[in-house]
Structures are given as C-alpha cells and as structure tokens.
Design a protein around this ligand. Structure first.
Ligand code: ACM
Length: 550
C-alpha cells in the first residue's frame, strides 16, 4: 500500500513536471528528464567567445529585469551549478537557428550550432523558468533539439498612422526575439506622415512628418480633431534601433512606400505630384485609395527623389539585405487625369497607366539592387511581366497571389491579410477595427503557408511569413498589444514550428503559461481564446462582456 502511494506520488510529480513544460514556438524534439535545476544567484553563467557572451548577457539582463536576479558571467566552470553557453560548429552545414538545450539538475548546456541557434536556446530556456510566483525558480530537466521550419519569421509595424517612441520600438523587438522571430518590417512612410529623417529632403520632416488633424471614429469618420500630430525618427535613432535588433539577431527592414501612399512626400515637395498646384497636407484620414491624389508623377524630379531616398535608406539600414518599397494600391486614375503623365506615356510608348507604376517600380528595384540589396514589394509588383532583378513579394491581397508569385519564381514572404493582419478584432463582440473583419486566434494559427498543391520548386520559394500591425485604430501601446497577443505567438509557431509540429489544442493549453509570460513582460493581451464555433455563438449574444479590455 505504502509502495503504491509512493509510486503514485512519483508519477503525479512527473505529471506535474510534464504539465510545466510549455514552449512557444513548439520545438522539434523535446524529452523530459527527472528533477529540476534550481536557478539562484550562486549559479554561474559560462561564456567565452563574443557570440557566447552576447547570448549570456541577454540572459543575465533578462533575469535581472524580470526576476531581479543578478548572476555572474565567468569564463571557466568553477563549481556547479552552472549554465554553459556555447557555439559549436557542426561538421555538416547547420540550419541558421539550430540548437540543443540540455537541462540537468546541476548543469544547463546551451549548444547553438551557430550564434543565432545559441540565442534561440536562450529563448527556450527563458520559457522554462516559472513566470509567476517565482520565489523559487525551478527549471525542469529536459532535452530539446530544435530548428526553424522557415528562414523568414517576422512582424511588421506601422508607425505612420500612429507613431511610437524608440523605447517602445525596442520593446516590440524584444517580443519578436522572445518568439524566435528574425525580421522586423518597419513601415515608416505613408500618406499621413514621413517618419525617416532625410538630409537631402529636409521638408519631409518639417512638413511631411506632421498632419494637422486626425479623423474621429471609424472611416469615413464623424469629422476630424484639431490636433497637430506626428514626428519622425532621426538617423541616430533609426541606427540605434538597428543595433538593438542586431544584438537580438533581428534584421530591420525599412519600408518607404511608393509610388502611391505618398501624400506626405507630395505635401513637402509638390514637384512630385501629378497636380503640383493643388495645396496639400499629409492625410488626416485613413483609407484614401482613389479619394485623394497620393501618387508620384513620372517626371525627372521624382526619378531623382526616388534614387536619393532609397540611397539614403540603403545607407541607414546598411545591415539589412532587404529594403521594402511598398508599391501597393496605386490608383491609376491620377495618372489618367494628368497631362504630364499622359505625355510621359506617349514618349515611352505606354498604352496603360499601370505601366507608369511598373516604370517607377523598376527604377527603385534597380536603385536598391545597385546598392547590393534585395527589393521587397507588396504583391502589386507581380503585374509587371518584365520585372527583373532581386525582388521578393509580400502577398497582402491573398494566399493565391503568393502562390502565383512563387510559381513564377519569386521568393515570397507570406502576408495574406486574412491570416496575417492583426489590426482586426479577435472576437466578434469587440468594436470592429477593420469593418466586418474578425480574425480569431484559430484563423491565424490554422493558416498553412505552403499548401500541398504547390510544386516543390514553388514551395521552396516561400521563405516564410509575418504578421502585420497597421495602426489606424491603434493609437496606444496597450491597444497595439491587445491586438498582437496572443496572435503573434500563433504566427511564431506557424513559421518556426511549421505545419508538421502545429497542434491547436496543445497551443491553447500552452497559452495559460504564455499569459503568465505576457504578464511578466508587462504586455497587454486578449485573454479570451475563442474558436470559430464560438464566434458564431457569440455573434448571437451581443451583450457578451469582454473579460479584459483594451
Ligand atoms: C496593404 O495593406 N495595402 C499592403
């Protein structure tokens, strides 16, 4: 009887331990051991090379920040307990980000098969530390072998419709690091403002960075307020963000959106406009496709402007292999109405205004490629059959566009708005932020970026994907985070773990620990996890009260 209850207790404690383990995104292989490693201020962190020190410092900063625990970094193991940080090259080429994490009762070994891998081993270790009630930090014994399914895993952030301070941009980047994401797509220009300091075109900052008012309510709105709004990031700040991201193995991809979405640029330099005599200001409203003229005119001033601006961008973001030039939603009606544009078409034997878009896109792709970088554009660029060069497509208009681009041989970063845009409601009883659009956690999670029907060659061309955070209706950090979480965690699993490892039920079980982590990180989040059936049910119960508000 006694023996039986001891066995029962032992298996209960194993179960308790098993229940503890929750890592998002889901690792490739995970085997639980027995016992726990106690984390306290006598534990030594051992790191030698610069890459090892980078990950060890990140870990010790994390412990200090979130647990007020100071742990020494040393070069040699003295006595255990210790945590070893090491980058170990494999004989065979390893996938960027591949790692192994072994936790025993006295020793933790983090083996990165490259520097990124070591950093991701740290991220998994972080998730194994209790996130709440942490008077005793016991980490379960475990072995993990892990690597990413996709090489591109990212998040986009629009800082034009609403601008956020550099300190918050850094926090946003930290969230990406914690989810093993490696690209931050920074949407820096649009109709409502130009947020990049420019030495060559200073009016982009004095005029183009500020709108005089902002729409009230959901588009088309009930009017505008009377508050001047805006700002821009200095080159020093932009570089500071690049360096901060780099220390977390994240590449910053800046986006300057052309040839449409250019009202802010046109306000500063009317020579860029198809109607230069019309007085303009950066837009005070959203969604102005074909309502207000926001396209660049195909003239010499514009060509020089584009070369200069993208040269500047390539210099500021010299670490990034990618520069994004937008190219979405250019309404051809402004080129139809403009004598200058019509003359340009005649001289260049063009019969369709879309060819002006193609011309401007090719010019910018060349400028970016000449700087040794890859040009990224939204999927409208694929309309041009003659587009060549190093170009990557983001298919915001639907998965099919991405598949078609992949079939044509383009590299594709999956961004279909239905599954990737997080500026939509997560539950039907929220104020809808994109009219009629509810994007539940399940919808995001169940998205398969590489459908079986694709040929192996086309499937290879899908290099990964990202979530997009547009901020028209998200003026505050708390609202932004409510929209991000937990859907960002689902996106992380889509692109790090991939279809083979995904399991919606398990993912939802892991969310309770993830919510504790969000609390620890000081992030707001939507704690209501619905599935599609719930959405239908809740739609018929309009008085349902959200349990956590934004
Ligand atoms: C987009 O949402 N227009 C890229």
């Amino acid at each position: 009887m006694k023996k039986l209850s001891v066995t029962l207790l032992a298996s209960l404690s194993t179960l308790w331990c098993l229940a503890q383990v929750s890592i998002i995104p889901e690792p490739l292989k995970l085997t639980q051991g027995s016992g726990t490693f106690s984390l306290h201020d006598q534990v030594q962190l051992v790191a030698v090379s610069a890459d090892e020190l980078q990950s060890a410092r990140y870990f010790s900063d994390y412990l200090k920040k979130h647990y007020n625990l100071s742990i020494q970094i040393v070069e040699k193991v003295g006595t255990d307990p210790a945590i070893l940080f090491s980058v170990v090259e494999k004989e065979t080429p390893s996938v960027t980000g591949e790692y192994e994490l072994t936790i025993d009762t006295k020793l933790i070994v983090l083996n990165g098969f490259n520097p990124q891998g070591l950093f991701y081993a740290v991220q998994s270790l972080i998730q194994l530390i209790p996130a709440k009630g942490h008077w005793k930090l016991e980490i379960p014994a475990i072995y993990i072998y892990d690597k990413p399914a996709f090489s591109y895993r990212g998040m986009h952030f629009d800082v034009v419709r609403h601008i956020f301070p550099v300190e918050y941009i850094k926090k946003f980047i930290d969230y990406l690091a914690l989810h093993k994401m490696n690209y931050f797509h920074w949407h820096l220009t649009d109709d409502q403002g130009w947020r990049i300091e420019s030495a060559k075109y200073p009016k982009l900052n004095t005029i183009g960075a500020y709108r005089e008012a902002t729409i009230i309510g959901m588009f088309p709105g009930t009017g505008v307020d009377s508050t001047r709004y805006g700002g821009f990031y200095t080159v020093k700040e932009l570089r500071e963000v690049v360096d901060y991201a780099k220390a977390r193995y994240i590449t910053v991809i800046p986006e300057a959106d052309i040839p449409a979405h250019c009202m802010a640029a046109i306000s500063a330099y009317p020579q860029l406009s198809t109607a230069p005599d019309t007085l303009r200001r950066p837009a005070s409203t959203w969604g102005i496709f074909n309502r207000q003229n926001n396209v660049l005119s195909p003239n010499k001033y514009t060509f020089k402007f584009l070369e200069d601006i993208f040269d500047e961008l390539c210099d500021i973001f010299h670490d990034s292999p990618y520069i994004h030039f937008g190219a979405d939603e250019a309404s051809t009606m402004w080129w139809k109405e403009s004598a200058e544009s019509q003359e340009f078409m005649k001289q260049n034997n063009m019969t369709d205004e879309g060819e002006i878009q193609d011309y401007l896109v090719r010019l910018v792709v060349n400028t970016i490629n000449n700087k040794g970088k890859i040009a990224v554009g939204w999927d409208e660029i694929t309309r041009d059959p003659k587009l060549s060069g190093d170009v990557v497509v983001m298919n915001w208009r639907g998965q099919r566009g991405g598949n078609e681009a992949a079939n044509k041989g383009y590299k594709v970063i999956m961004t279909p708005s239905r599954y990737s845009y997080l500026n939509s409601s997560q539950r039907p009883d929220e104020e809808l932020v994109l009219p009629r659009r509810v994007t539940t956690l399940d919808t995001v999670y169940l998205f398969n970026p590489v459908p079986k029907a694709l040929s192996p060659q086309a499937a290879e061309n899908i290099i990964g994907g990202q979530g997009c955070m547009w901020t028209e209706y998200y003026p505050t950090i708390s609202k932004v985070e409510y929209a991000l979480f937990p859907r960002l965690s689902a996106i992380a699993e889509n692109y790090w773990s991939g279809q083979g490892r995904k399991d919606l039920t398990k993912f939802k079980q892991k969310l309770s620990k993830q919510f504790d982590l969000y609390d620890l990180w000081g992030a707001n989040y939507c704690n209501y996890v619905v599935d599609i059936g719930d959405v239908k049910r809740l739609l018929s119960t309009p008085n349902y009260l959200p349990s956590k508000s934004y």
